[in-house]
Each structure stands twice: as C-alpha cells, then as structure tokens.
Ligand binder design. Structure first.
Ligand code: NAD
Ligand code: MG
Length: 392
C-alpha cells in the first residue's frame, strides 16, 4: 500500500487524482488531503477517502470543516495554515506527494517533499519555475523521485530513453531536442485587435481541456507553454534552444522527443489528465486510468503550425527569462500571477498581462543565485512592482 498526500485536492488536478486513486484502493491509501477554502468539497472528499489528516489553509475554513466532520464522527484530524501543508508533505506517514496546489503557494510544501525524499508527482509547475535549480538539487541530494504530471512533460518522460530512476540522466542517449505541443488556447485564431477586448469568461473556456482558472488564462496567453518550456529545462536538463514549441490544435499528441537518427517519438491520448496522473502514480508500471481509448479514426487528422511569438508575447518572455537565468524565472512567474489575478478581476486587459510582465522583467534586476531567500525576495519585489504598474 502506498500512502498518498494530495496537495490541492479540491482543484481540477486534485479531483482527477482522487478519481484515479478510487479505482485502485488496493494499491493506494490517502494519508492527507489539503485545500485553501473549499469546505464543502473537502468534506465530501473526507467522507469518501477517510484521510488521516485534512488541511485547510484558511483557519476559519478549517474550523467549519472540523465541525462538519465531528457531526459524522469522522476520525480525520483537521489542521490549518502553511506549516501544516509542509508537515503533511514531509511526514514519515506518507510515501507519495501529489503537488497540485496552483501557483507559488505550492513552493514550500513541494520543496518539503523533495527534502524528505518522497515520490513526487509534480503538477504545480510554478514551484519548479520559481526554484528549478534549488529544487532539482534537493531531489538529487535526498534521493526523491520526481515524476512529471503536466501532460507535455509526462509525454516526454514516456518518450525519453528508459534506464535510470531519474530519467533526466539521459546524456549521450541520442536525444536531439524535445518538442512541446500547444493547443494555442481559445484565442489562437484571433487578430491582435480582437485580443484587446477578450473577457475572463472567454479566457477560461479552453477548447480542449477542463482546468482551474489560473492555468486556463495562462493557456490563453500561452504563458502556460512558456512556464512549461522552463519546466522542461529543469526536468530534462535541456537548454532553451533544445526545446521547441509547436501548435497542435487537437491536443492528441501531448509532446515529442526528437532523436539524432531522425526518429521522433510522440505520446498520444485523449486530453484527460487522468492519463498522466495514472502514469506518474504507477511508474514504472501501468494502471487503468478510466480514460477512454483513443479513437484515431474519429479524430481524423492531426494539424501542426508555428507558435508565433508575436501573437503570443508571453511565450517569448518566458524564453527570455530562461536565458537570463538566476531568479528571472521566479520574477516572470510572480508578475504573471499578479497580472492574471488582475485580469480575472477585470482590473487589467488581456493584452496588459504580457505588458506588465515585460515591464517587471525589464525594471527588476534578477539575482544571479538561487537560494530560497533570493527566490522569495525577488518573488516579493516582482509582485509589488506588478501591483504598482497595474494600479498606475
Ligand atoms: P485549481 O485552481 O483547480 O486547484 C487549485 C488547488 O489548490 C485547490 O485545491 C485549492 O484549494 C488549492 N489552493 C489554491 N490556493 C492555495 C493556497 N494559497 N494555499 C494552499 N492551497 C491552495 O488548479 P488546477 O487546475 O488543479 O492546477 C493545479 C496545478 O496543476 C497548477 O500549478 C497547474 O499549472 C497544474 N496543472 C494543471 C493542469 C490541469 O489540467 N488542471 C494540467 C497541468 C498542470
Ligand atoms: Mg501542460
């Protein structure tokens, strides 16, 4: 029996993960579930999975949850606060940690999982974008296992040569480059003028995937793909010029690896996160995920086109930040989180997102190092500057 901590259990990835776990209750037991403030969803999840611990970040939400659980004589212990998220990640009572909190809030608990040598299922790409070098060093030093859940990175993981526990050791195995696919989001066919007036409602309606709000906006700006380029750099040790992005509107090929002999390996499947989740859970074995078999005849065709950096300036900004290095990717991520939040609250236009990030990257010098303190400081400064730029 593997014991699982699920960070962000009430979100889109969290719910899909519980769906897979429920199909394999003989193999996995839930140790802890965590969320921000969704008490009702958490209450239902506690009833269904009976975890030892449930964490609500928000204290009032934790109190409400504890009251509801008491009424049904639940044995689940309720905790609150940031330290509790760290505690359930590094606890000796858990083996696997699914990192599915959205944004920078996931950094410390995910890092705690690395430091305590867990089998980490990484969905929270922002944690890696912020702290890549530091995070990978902790994974190595503490013999943690890092499995990518992001569909593109899970696809690449599957297409890379097998042979070592941590597949980012594939030097000399003939890999030329990796190719990330991107659907292009809901505005891929919009003109520059049309982009000026898009609303949050339009931005969160993704054509192929059902996801949380923040990543849906990131997909619309293609910052999501930019974050994924940075994520791929750290996971697979590739330089920015070895990571290509191609638009593929059907989201059937989830990404590819190009080898020096001219072979290109692709991983395909229906766009359903339960596939990469099941893959990361069971690796190196395979388990049933509940996802329907791919019907290639019904799909009919696979289209590819260029990911235009002019149309998607956020993608270009992410490549730039990766090339600068140091804390610049943490700065990029922080500015993006603030800008996306302002867009969702209708305080910033869609096209303002890239403008704010670009200005923050230009005005705020990145630190060359990547200690946790430098990362957190520059993250903080970038947020403050982004807020000032949006208010001005
Ligand atoms: P979501 O918004 O649906 O869920 C976020 C979860 O995190 C919720 O359980 C919420 O309660 C919790 N949370 C939010 N703020 C928190 C905070 N400050 N402290 C503690 N917990 C907090 O998001 P999602 O779509 O499930 O995405 C989660 C992560 O997975 C993101 O990093 C995203 O980029 C990544 N990811 C998602 C998908 C997808 O299909 N949804 C695909 C690939 C990667
Ligand atoms: Mg992805």
């Amino acid at each position: 029996m593997k014991r699982v901590t699920l960070l962000g259990s009430t979100g889109s990835i969290g719910v899909s993960t519980l769906n897979v776990l429920a199909q394999h209750s003989d193999k996995y037991r839930v140790y802890a579930l965590t969320a921000n403030r969704s008490v009702d969803v958490m209450f239902e999840q506690c009833q269904a999975f009976n975890p030892e611990i449930a964490v609500m970040l928000d204290e009032q939400s934790a109190e409400n949850l504890a009251k509801k659980l008491k009424l049904i004589n639940s044995t689940t212990q309720v905790l609150s606060g940031e330290q509790a998220l760290v505690d359930v990640s590094e606890s000796n009572n858990t083996d696997y940690v699914m990192a599915a909190i959205v944004g920078s809030a996931g950094l410390l608990p995910t890092l705690a999982a690395a430091k305590s040598g867990k089998h980490i299922l990484l969905a929270n790409k922002e944690a890696l974008v912020m702290s890549g070098g530091l995070f990978m060093r902790e994974v190595e030093a503490n013999n943690a296992t890092l499995l990518p859940v992001d569909s593109e990175h899970n696809a690449i993981w599957q297409c890379l040569p097998v042979g070592s526990k941590q597949q980012h050791h594939f030097d000399g195995k003939g890999v030329r480059r990796i190719i990330l696919t991107a659907s292009g989001g809901p505005f891929r066919d919009y003109s520059t003028d049309q982009l000026e007036d898009v609303t949050p409602e339009q931005a969160v309606a993704h054509p192929n995937w059902s996801m949380g709000q923040k990543i849906s906006v990131d997909s619309a700006t293609m910052m999501n793909k930019g974050l994924e380029v940075i994520e791929a750099h750290w996971l697979f040790g590739m330089t920015s010029d070895q990571i290509d992005v191609v638009l593929h509107r059907q989201s059937i090929i989830h990404s590819m690896v190009d080898y020096v002999d001219g072979s290109v390996l692709a991983q395909m499947g229906n766009p359903d996160m339960r596939t990469p989740i099941a893959n990361a859970l069971a690796w190196p074995d395979r388990i049933y995920s509940g996802v329907a078999p791919l019907d290639l005849v019904a799909a009919g065709r696979l289209d590819f086109s260029e990911a235009d950096h002019q149309h998607f300036p956020c993608l270009a900004l992410a490549y730039q930040a990766l090339e600068i290095g140091g804390t610049s990717t943490a700065i990029l991520n922080a500015a993006n989180e603030i800008a996306v939040d302002a867009f969702l609250k209708k305080r910033l236009k869609f096209t303002g997102i890239a403008r704010v990030i670009e200005e923050v990257l230009t005005k705020l010098p990145a630190s060359a190092g990547d200690t946790l303190q430098q990362i957190l400081d520059d993250d903080h400064h970038a947020r403050e500057l982004a807020k000032r730029l949006i208010a001005a």
